[in-house]
Design a protein around this ligand. Sequence first.
Ligand code: C5P
Length: 310
Amino acid sequence: MSAVVPLPAPEAITVRAAAKINLQLGVGPIRPDGFHPLATVYQAIGLYDDVTVGSAEDWSLTITSHDALDIGGVPTDDSNIALKAAHALATHSGVDRAASILINKTIPVAGGLAGGSANAAATLVALDRLWDLNTPDEDLLKIAATLGSDVPFALIGGTAIGTGRGELVEPVADNGSWWWVVAESEVGLSTPRVYTEFDQLVQDASDPQIDRNLLASLASGDIEALASRLSNDLQRPALHLRPDLREVLDVGDGHGALRSLISGSGPTCLFLCADHASALAVRQGLHAEGIERVQVAPGPVAGAHVVDYA
Ligand code: C5P
């Protein structure tokens, strides 16, 4: 009889988390706490950041991009949301340990795609494994909600409703296999700035409701119906701040996209396409107009998950 030899705990874990888009982003009047009530339908799409954590004597954070992304705007001090996530998990679990955190970014920074939220969610999942905590999902979702409105969704991925300020998430049926074209902008947009613009432009906002017809189009996988139901209450304020984006949306529309829209608070532009070939044609059309950073991404994809360990 051979003895069971326990495997050593991994020394490094890599977790991948996806960008999010909003198929509906219904925004209500500003709340006393400064946030806006949301009725949103999130979808995770195939653009990813990878977070690698390792055991270390002291905390460290390194940001890289193998994708030539402009990462200059990402803080590397304690204000970085991934470090906040790490400290929040340590506090929650009573862990007195440090870790090295390496973030390899593909998701555009300040693009309305919740890249920072993806980093926070990936850090939670990675450290939970590295430290062998087995934190219940419910607790991870609660910690995530303290970090940012989109972080709980980055944990679960797929397609989900978001209510409250976006932090209360619930998966919904999505029987489609959608193709998106994602056109980055060279300059980011500040989310609080776009919400402030919303407050100024929309004086009569009412409490938003989830669009049941949108949910029906997802459940049935009906792309024409989905295209007709996409909506974003932050599109008007984002275009008010960045009127140049209207041209980008028009170029995609002119090359066969079923529907164009601004992603979240912008400035990233999204195009829903009938299939992969059509998505490639839209990307080519955007390139021909000098819009350089354009990616094709499937949706929905998974939430934060382990991809490597050593
Ligand atoms: O929650 P998160 O940190 O991502 O929010 C960033 C900013 O976006 C908030 O400080 C607020 O200005 C704005 N926001 C909002 N209402 C929401 C979500 C975000 O006003 N539901």
